[in-house]
Design a protein around this ligand. Structure first.
Ligand SMILES: *Cc1c(COP(=O)(O)O)cnc(C)c1O
Length: 356
């Protein structure tokens, strides 16, 4: 593979990060693109170029049959100016697992890592340094063949774009209310629920909209077959802290294997918690709430890191915790992970990749 070509990649001196960053609205000057063509021997022409609209055929396969996958990770700038990525190899591995399931080409680990580092290095003035701020990184891959028959594409584009972001909850680390739905399901085992692919999110929007109307900020997803076992909360993995164990649903194929989930499991093990990956029913949660065994619930994901839960409604049962203060364990984990990411706490497991 040729080295990365820098097209209109000169860094402007006028980088101005907006004061009130809204998640996902701002993009940096340049982005990365890599093209794939079966007929040209696979991936070719890695390029960093100006972030702008591009031309594509209305017949592009991804628009019609959904061959699209993505990732999400973050870059942080430490107080000493060093720039780091948090566990980027895990995101590339997951991108490749998603690619395999959707008949898309895998990408070379070293090339993807180099692309991430080179792009972030070039765009480093865009990394906000205020507390809780970071540079969100969005890799994206889709089939671009101009062809409207159902088949796996022969042409793909891999793009990496960057977006400076503020804290997920600008008003502070506040717990959020969630609604368990048995009206809709997100994903089914042996389907694509464990892939970061567009269709999963399209499928979740209606439930999300209806939950919002009822005053809840996220949907708690139950398994697609019995609507009995807890799977995820919104686009986050979920943890349930009982008095004698911390439980997170085991990966059954319909749950997205989160990098934050993996990190939280490791940290809880390091701290000596009894952390268990198993099936957990919504009835067990209701029972734990009623008998006082359930201490707190929280979601985990790259965007918010930890999302504490203030209220959970399931059928006619409304379970409530503090709506003012995030749970104790969730807060401890949030501080630990953020501390590692900002270089303020020991990175015992070598989760940080230094950009230079
Ligand atoms: C991305 C995502 C997560 C969280 O994964 P992280 O790697 O921790 O960001 C959880 N669930 C869904 C459905 C997701 O898309």
């Amino acid at each position: 593979m040729s080295t990365i070509k820098f097209e209109e990649a000169e860094q402007k001196n006028d980088v101005k990060i907006p004061d009130n960053l809204v998640f996902g609205q701002n993009f940096t000057t340049n982005y990365f693109q890599l093209d794939y063509d079966t007929k040209k021997g696979g991936w070719h022409s890695p390029t960093i170029k100006k972030f702008e609209d591009f031309k594509i055929s209305p017949a592009a396969l991804a628009f019609h049959y959904g061959q699209e996958i993505f990732e999400g990770l973050k870059a942080y700038k430490h107080a000493d100016g060093k720039i780091v990525l948090f566990r980027p190899e895990e995101n590339i591995k997951r991108l490749n697992r998603s690619a395999k399931r959707l008949c898309m080409p895998e990408v070379d680990m070293d090339l993807a890592l180099t692309a991430l580092k080179e792009l972030v290095k070039l765009e480093q003035d865009w990394i906000p340094t205020k507390p809780g701020h970071s540079l969100y990184i969005r890799p994206l891959m889709f089939a671009s063949d101009p062809y409207i028959g159902v088949k796996a594409g022969d042409q793909y584009k891999l793009m990496i774009m960057l977006s400076p972001v503020g804290p997920y909850y600008p008003e502070g680390f506040k717990p959020v209310p969630i609604l368990a739905t048995d009206e809709y399901v997100r994903a089914v085992r042996k389907g694509v629920g464990d892939c970061k692919t567009a269709g999963n999110y399209a499928a979740s929007l209606l439930a999300q909209r209806e939950a919002k109307k009822e005053g809840y900020s996220q949907v708690l997803w139950l398994d697609a077959i019995q609507q009995k076992y807890i799977e995820e909360v919104g686009t986050m993995n979920i943890f349930i802290h009982f008095k004698d164990e911390v439980v997170t649903p085991m990966l059954t194929g319909s749950i997205l294997p989160g990098v934050t989930r993996m990190s939280v499991i490791q940290i809880l093990k390091d701290w000596g918690y009894n952390i268990v990956e198993r099936n957990i029913s919504i009835d067990e949660v209701v029972e734990g709430y009623k008998n006082g065994n359930l201490v707190e619930l929280f979601g985990t994901g790259t965007a918010a890191i930890i999302s504490s839960i203030s209220k959970l409604k399931y059928k006619d049962t409304v379970m409530e915790w503090s709506s003012e203060h995030a749970g104790v364990l969730g807060t401890k984990l949030y501080e630990e992970i953020l501390g590692i990411q900002y270089g303020e706490r020991e990175d015992k497991h070598n989760w940080l990749t230094y950009v230079e």
